[in-house]
Design a protein around this ligand. Structure first.
Ligand SMILES: [Zn+2]
Length: 460
């Protein structure tokens, strides 16, 4: 079925009469959502401007510019309410450009490697760290090593993302634990630093940062860094030639005191059930080494686009629809927790939240809480499918809306095509030119379509 709308237009009247009125109306509304977004939507231009403001990791000057800019967009739309919600956020800074090079017995091996500090890492000190390298390919391998083989060395997790998965997020889910906890585990074995192969599905020279965590306060906090996938290949090859080579790394990152920042929120008040609140959101902060175009400038601008589309097509939602740009998803998720805390303290009734935090690529469908998934599949599966949204799967919402679940809110996430996302994720290559204007707008239209259905019919 090409589209339900075409069916409605092309079939004779006698057949049309068999299609319930609400299905016809919903099909026309969703067609209008797509047309309005594709023809009149401004999200692509907003994203260009957002990316031009500079890096916007929590606590940075760029993040405050992003807050002001995002609020200014919503202020001009004619929403019922726009406001900033204060939240204390961590403030980690990268310091000088990181340095890494191999010191081998054979001068040929002595090359520089591209590397970046992981978010939250401690510094190496001004002089840097030079030490032998022990390459491992899993936690199991590290666990089985004798402490004397690790002590005083740099542990190198060379764990490629598994290319066999059709959806790259599955590979990311398997491998991210090395980035998050690798330094902690290496330190327990007596290592002086941890470097890992970047979490990327491509082979290039961009290092991909991301959050790391020191779980154990009883072991020393050692530096954690990511090598580009090319640098990881080079280091591994050099180790095969000279297992006793040393790696020198220098990073001057540090964690400063927490600072105040903001979630940015705008809403259209519902006409019939204003107390039932629907959230559509993304996270405004982004890693400092890139422009955060796909992660997650795209999701933020798409969320505001949902509101602009509703206003432009003259649709007044029955339930309140709120766009929320969360602060600090990348290294703390404080914005998401604070939003849920405030919602709870105000006794607000959030019935549904959807987040776009998987890139601004062609939408394929949604990940949805199981209770709602059954209902959406049964009632609207073919309708959404006729707009290219075929993949309705269980679970998979964004991090920021997660805390709303404790208060009974049903969750969903936009599922775009994932094949290119981890080329750019948390890397200097995540820039505006990697975003296609039609793909970005289609993602916004997809979210607006699902939000429209929930705004009309609720979740019960
Ligand atoms: Zn993200």
């Amino acid at each position: 079925m090409r589209s339900l709308l075409l069916t409605v237009i092309l079939l004779p009247l006698s057949t049309q009469a068999q299609i319930p009125t609400s299905v016809r109306a919903d099909s026309l509304a969703i067609r209008s959502i797509h047309t309005t977004t594709l023809v009149q939507g401004d999200c692509y231009d907003w994203l260009r401007d957002l990316c031009a403001l500079g890096p916007r990791l929590s606590g940075s000057v760029g993040s405050e510019k992003a807050v002001a800019y995002t609020k200014s967009i919503m202020d001009t739309l004619g929403l019922d309410r726009v406001w900033l919600q204060p939240v204390m956020v961590p403030h980690w800074v990268r310091g000088d450009q990181e340095q890494a090079h191999i010191i081998g017995r054979r001068p040929l091996l002595n090359e520089s490697l591209t590397l970046c500090a992981l978010g939250g890492s401690v510094s190496t000190g001004d002089d840097g760290i030079s030490a032998q390298v022990v390459e491992v390919h899993s936690y199991d391998e590290l666990r089985k090593m004798k402490p004397k083989d690790v002590e005083g060395k740099i542990v190198f997790f060379n764990v490629p993302m598994n290319q066999a998965h059709l959806r790259t997020f599955h590979a990311y889910g398997e491998t991210a634990r090395y980035r998050v906890f690798g330094a902690d585990s290496a330190s327990k074995k007596g290592a002086v630093a941890m470097v890992l192969r970047s979490l990327s599905t491509s082979l290039d020279d961009y290092p991909h940062t991301g959050v790391m965590v020191y779980r154990d306060t009883t072991v020393p906090h050692i530096p954690g860094a990511a090598l580009s996938t090319v640098a990881a290949e080079r280091l591994s090859a050099a180790l095969r030639e000279d297992p006793k080579l040393k790696l020198h790394i220098r990073m001057t990152c540090e964690t400063l005191p927490d600072v105040v920042s903001y979630n940015v929120i705008g809403e259209i008040r519902g006409t019939e059930k204003p107390d039932e609140i629907i959230v559509v959101g993304g996270h405004l902060d982004a890693w400092d080494n890139g422009a955060g175009a796909h992660d997650d400038g795209a999701g933020c601008m798409q969320s505001i686009q949902v509101l602009q589309t509703f206003l432009d097509m003259g649709y007044a939602p029955k339930r309140t629809v709120r766009a929320v740009m969360y602060m600090n998803e990348e290294n703390g998720a404080r914005g998401g927790r604070e939003y849920a805390r405030v919602a709870d303290s105000l006794d607000e009734n959030h019935i549904f939240a959807i987040e776009s935090d998987a890139g601004g690529f062609t939408p394929r469908g949604f990940g949805i809480d199981s209770v709602l998934l059954v209902r959406i599949n049964a009632n609207w599966g073919s309708l959404l499918g006729s707009f290219g949204l075929h993949e309705l799967t269980e679970g998979g919402h964004g991090v920021d809306i997660g805390p709303l679940k404790e208060h009974g809110c049903l969750l969903a996430g936009l599922n775009p095509d994932s094949q290119r996302y981890f080329d750019y994720h948390h890397a200097p290559s995540d820039t505006f030119d990697k975003v296609n204007h039609r793909e970005l707008k289609l993602g916004a239209a997809a979210m607006a379509s699902l939000v429209y259905l929930v705004a009309e019919y609720g979740v019960k």
